[in-house]
Every structure is written in C-alpha cells, then in structure tokens.
Design a binder for this molecule. Structure first.
Ligand SMILES: *[C@@H]1O[C@H](CO)[C@@H](O)[C@H](O)[C@H]1NC(C)=O
Ligand SMILES: *[C@@H]1O[C@H](CO)[C@@H](O)[C@H](O)[C@H]1NC(C)=O
Ligand SMILES: *[C@@H]1O[C@H](CO)[C@@H](O)[C@H](O)[C@H]1NC(C)=O
Ligand SMILES: *[C@@H]1O[C@H](CO)[C@@H](O)[C@H](O)[C@H]1NC(C)=O
Ligand SMILES: *[C@@H]1O[C@H](CO)[C@@H](O)[C@H](O)[C@H]1NC(C)=O
Length: 279
C-alpha cells in the first residue's frame, strides 16, 4: 500500500515536469560555492545534529521500533516523505534525498547539456542506505534505555511518535550533511579538472578517494563535533537535567562514532559523484 502510494507520487512529480525533467535539459544551472564557504556551512550544521542527538539520546524507546531491519521506522519515514516530496523537498539541487522514495533522474552530459567544472551534476547515488544501516546497527544500541531523562513532567518513558520524529529528524540532518559531499566533490573537481578527469576516465575509485581525502580537515570536523557534544552535555547538566552520571561520556562517545561514520559516508558520496561526473 505504502509502496503503491509513494510510486504514484513519484509518477505525478515526473508528469508535472514533463519530458523536460527526464532529459534534464531545462534543469536550472546551479554553480557550487567555494570550498571555504562550504566548510563553514558544514561546520554550522554540526551543532544542530548534536542537539537532536542529545534530545534523542535522553529519550527511552521501544527496541521493537528497530526490529525487522527497522520496518516500523521505515514505515514512519515513508509516510512523512510522501508529504515532503509533494512540497518539493527532494527536487533538483535541494541536496535532500529521501530514504524511502525513488530518487530523481540523474543528469546526462551532452553537447546541448554541458556541465562545465563548477556546475552541479545530479548523479544516481544516495548515501541513505549506509546512513540507515549505521543508525540501526550502531547508534540505536547506544540509545537503548528504559528511562527518559528530563523529557516529560510525568516521567513517562516511551512515546513512539516522539521517538520516531526525532529519529526521522536526525536521519534527515545526517543525510543533508552527507550529501553536501556532492558539492564538495564538484568544487574539488573544478580545482583540478586535469587530475580528476584521468581518474574518472579510468573509473579509478581508489585514486579519486585518495585525491578527495584531507585528513587534516577530517580531524578538524571530529574535534568540532567533540567540542559541540561536550558543550551540549555540560549545558544539560548545568541546567539541572536529571541525567545519569555517565551521560556526558556516553554522548561524547555516540557523537564521535556518528561523525566518524558521517565522514566515511560523505567520502563515498564524493567518490560516487565524481565517478559519474562525465556521463
Ligand atoms: C534492509 O532494508 C533495506 C531497504 O529496504 C534493504 O536494502 C536491505 O537489504 C535490508 N537488509 C536486510 C538485512 O534485510
Ligand atoms: C536493549 O536493552 C534491552 C534490555 O537490556 C535488551 O533486552 C535489548 O536487546 C536491547 N536492544 C538493543 C537493540 O540493543
Ligand atoms: C521524575 O523523576 C525525577 C528524577 O528521578 C524525580 O525527582 C521526580 O519526582 C519524578 N517526577 C514524578 C512526577 O514522578
Ligand atoms: C591533481 O590531480 C593529480 C592526480 O591525478 C595529482 O597528482 C595532483 O597533485 C593534483 N593537483 C592538485 C593541485 O591538487
Ligand atoms: C586540507 O584541509 C586543511 C584544513 O581545512 C587545509 O588548510 C588544507 O589546505 C587542505 N589541504 C589540501 C591539500 O586541500
């Protein structure tokens, strides 16, 4: 049923844009910002992610929500994404990719539809399956507790809708953050067209990965995430939240695992984007 509805929404959105949408010829020309600007934006997105993580972290949840490969969570997200798709949230260039709906048709380069370096190019890759696996296999077990801390005045423990809403928000923030990797990749490509072109023509994923990887930058992201987790944990404790003694350490640990994984998934997204860049 859900599958059927989501498919018809997809068909409708394709029809609304007509054949033009499928060929990509009339899609807007979207130039990407420079690397320092993108990195500033990425840095600003860290605090909201840690903030939602903290809120979710302090909320008890029913483990069955994540059983059967997360089927209840996926069902919840699917219903929300049908509404989001209708508002245009996943349209071309939004850098928002659905977890449960089909992706929009990728661009195809041609003489009439050229993609000079620095112009965003839609590829067919989504990092969302990896984000979902990490969430279900690793993060959820760190959230597993039977007492909510400082959530409701009556100390009620489990509210599935509150839990799933936070899950969905956190997943969407992570997905958006990771898919900004597509514009990072475009910017890096524009800065070294010759170097990347030979690697892309050889479909050398390992070579592309080596060229886009900057371990200094990665270490900076991890230490910012750690500082943000520390600041949020201290703020909760200072404001009198009745959290456990282990709260600050546990939150730090979860944030560190999360950002390490986010960097890996973002790198995959960059590599996949570049492998398809000249098609
Ligand atoms: C879990 O669900 C996803 C999405 O439907 C699917 O791609 C994946 O193969 C499933 N994993 C398992 C272990 O069933
Ligand atoms: C969560 O904790 C409960 C009680 O300790 C345990 O039975 C359950 O297997 C745990 N679930 C996960 C997903 O770790
Ligand atoms: C909720 O839990 C806190 C901390 O354990 C406790 O001080 C408070 O009395 C509880 N409130 C209710 C309504 O049970
Ligand atoms: C451009 O890419 C090549 C690899 O194909 C690399 O050897 C070279 O150092 C890169 N140049 C810059 C400025 O990053
Ligand atoms: C790697 O990242 C650091 C920190 O953002 C930056 O200063 C340096 O120029 C980058 N190196 C390369 C080769 O882009």
């Amino acid at each position: 049923m859900v599958r059927f509805i989501s498919l018809s929404v997809f068909v409708l959105s394709v029809l609304a844009f007509g054949t033009v949408m499928v060929h990509g010829a009339s899609r807007p020309i979207l130039p990407v910002p420079g690397l320092p600007q993108i990195r500033n934006i990425l840095a600003q997105i860290e605090a909201p992610i840690i903030s939602v993580l903290t809120e979710r972290f302090n909320l008890a949840s029913d483990p069955s929500l994540y059983a059967n490969n997360g089927s209840k969570l996926r069902h919840f997200i699917s219903q929300q994404e049908i509404i989001s798709a209708a508002t245009g949230r996943y349209d071309y260039g939004k850098l928002e990719y659905p977890f449960t709906l089909p992706l929009i048709v990728p661009d195809k380069t041609s003489k009439e539809n050229a993609f000079p370096p620095g112009r965003f190019h839609q590829d067919s890759y989504s990092g969302n399956p990896s984000i979902t696996s990490f969430y279900l296999d690793t993060l959820v077990s760190l959230f597993n507790r039977s007492t909510s801390f400082y959530f409701h005045l009556d100390n009620s423990t489990v509210d599935d809708d509150a839990v799933l809403s936070l899950d969905r928000t956190l997943l969407a923030l992570l997905s958006h953050r990771a898919h900004i990797g597509k514009i990072v990749a475009e910017t890096k490509y524009a800065a070294n067209v010759t170097g990347f072109t030979s690697l892309i023509e050889a479909q050398d994923g390992a070579g592309i990965r080596a060229l886009v990887t900057n371990t200094t930058q990665e270490a900076g992201v991890l230490s910012q995430a750690s500082a943000a987790a520390d600041a949020f944990a201290q703020a909760w404790v200072t404001s009198g939240a009745s959290v456990s003694d282990a709260f600050a350490n546990n939150l730090q640990n979860a944030a560190a695992k999360l950002f390490k994984e986010l960097i890996d998934i973002t790198t995959d997204i960059e590599v996949q984007y570049l492998l398809q860049r000249l098609h």
